[in-house]
Design a protein around this ligand. Sequence first.
Ligand code: DHE
Length: 533
Amino acid sequence: KVTFQPFRSTLMAATMLICFQAVARADDAALTSSQFADANALYGTHCAACHNGDRLGGMGPALLPESLTRLRGSMLNDVISNGRAATQMPAFDQVLNKTEIDLLASWLRQPLSETPSWNMANIIDSHTVFVEPNQLPVKPKFTADPLNLFTVVEAGDHHITILDGDTFTPLDRFPTRFALHGGAKYSPDGRFVYLASRDGWVQMYDLYSLQTVAEIRVGVNTRNVAVSDDGRYLMAGNMLPHTLVLLDARDLRPIKQIPVDGDHGQSSRVSAVYTAPPRQSFIIALKDFPEVWEISYADTPQPVYPGFVHNYEANMVEALDVQYGPFPVRRIRLDDGLDDFFFDQDYRYLVGAARNGRDGQVINLNIGRKIADIALEGMPHLGSGITFEYQGRPVLATPHLKDPKISVIDMESWETIKVIETLGPGFFTRSHENTPYAWVDVFFGPNKDAVHIIDKRTLEIVKTLRPEPGKVAAHVEFDRSGTHALLSIWDDDGAVIVYDANTFEEIKRLPMKKPVGKYNVFNKITYSEGTSH
Ligand code: DHE
């Protein structure tokens, strides 16, 4: 019998911890000790009830420098003053004066005096199963093709829209935790979608019955999650604390917390976690020392489900190591640190951007060392690169975050075979096996509203769209058949635009609140070469 109690954890945790005093470093040069004390008191009175006394989040999100980086300039002050539309964050401009709001905002940008911990007990305690997996219906409650659904992340008000990919009509819209980041990940059969928020929450949603099944908080600041290709495991990578957390993908129950420790007592933030299906392993990119980790989930005993629960409160990690064991960590030591990764379709090669911003490196994962350097100036955004065949050879196309260009690289010789000039640096590229075109956005600069369409056969730009002048147009995803391309107008008053992928004609415009990413079930579960994995 599953013993988790629905709905028990989050609100309780939020209210129980109000009595904790928020702590940050008093010696920070930006604030005097009396300002520091004043801010601490303001926080205790006005913020702790929702964000927790320790600033790690409760009903509201965590308020740590790590989670506030995207609120640049005075944006944090504005949120405190005016609140957040469509959330429970109220406006404080009638309660606090400007000096108090500015002080509070500066104080929230100070790090905590100690790295916050989030251990296995916290993880277990945060776990909620809303619907027992064995109570879920066998069939979808709609007639649309369940493999042609899209999960659209609406960052404007922290919601997900589930879109029918045949008719492009929404099937459901539901709230998520604060600030989802990274791609939505699916179970291999396409039934469940897993979402990770920047402040550590993982949500599991059933696409057949259109409801949330479970959620759990795996860390204080989380990077992303990956699902094993056999559908048994979910691996989450954290920035805070420096850990990996392995979950059972059937209801998110925690299996194991793995510290990311180096040789000399140091530990590392996790840059990203990926699934490598042909290797039956998770590949983990580290930020703070030059290593890539590979954790195999092959040859592990079949988990006893849910028989281990009677031992649950005892010593979970050890008990479950025996049940699931052993998840060995293979540490691949590199000469240099790498950022932003890309894999070939066989997952033999890993391409990473070197920290010097000039080169890319190719690592052969089988032999565990660098085998080639690639000339890649201008901060390539390899994570959103795509592969396709050009003149009989596999190539990789990647945008650059600093330079207005797309690099096309031969994946056999690792030579750059073409640099396609664009109207500005881009963020995402997308294509599909059934279309001759690749779509790339111009994310930065005066032409941020432009999207280029490149012919994969000639490597020439054949069309430039400007669907909403002045607003960023970015992140394309194709439907299952590759006949439609969906593009985001990246704005609170934004939209998802559906295009005919052959004629580039607009077919439909669905209003949405800053729809950042969208993910087609079929393309993701088949690891399409035109989309992110
Ligand atoms: Fe992302 C994916 C890293 C900022 C939107 N981003 C990813 C992934 C990584 C990453 C490692 C792959 C994870 C996955 O899909 O599981 N992102 C980073 C950064 O290091 C960076 C530059 C700084 C940071 O704040 O973390 C960063 N990312 C952003 C943004 O500012 C974006 C534009 C808006 C946002 O929502 O934060 C953003 N990142 C995205 C999106 C994806 C993503 C939409 C998924 C792309 C996909 O199609 O799969």
